[in-house]
Design a binder for this molecule. Sequence first.
Ligand code: 5GP
Ligand code: ZN
Length: 110
Amino acid sequence: MSECLFCKIAAKQIPAKVVYEDDYTLAFYDINPQAPKHLLLIPKLHLENILGLADDTAAHMLAAMRCIASEQDFSQGFRVVANTGEQGGQTVYHLHWHLLSGRHLGWPPG
Ligand code: 5GP
Ligand code: ZN
């Protein structure tokens, strides 16, 4: 079995507070939230970052984001972030989109 943390969450070997799931993707609360609602959306199959993201998987992930934005009431606004690589601030090397909402989010990021 992979040692990857998010593969283990996708396989339900490590618990997470799941808010959305389909055949290809899983979304759950970030353990260290940076906004009142801070979710992580991952592909179930391991991918290190967006550079390996195939078009069909990307389409599934965008569809999942639209569902989540509706179900989680992101109507006041939200932010989607994929930290990529060391300088991009990535700490877990399984592709994930941060979905942040519930407060005014500053720009530019630090
Ligand atoms: P990154 O730093 O790679 O962009 O994002 C990784 C995110 O995963 C961080 O926001 C961190 O709080 C979150 N995280 C790390 N370990 C766990 C965990 O075990 N469970 C959950 N739900 N989130 C985690
Ligand atoms: Zn993984």
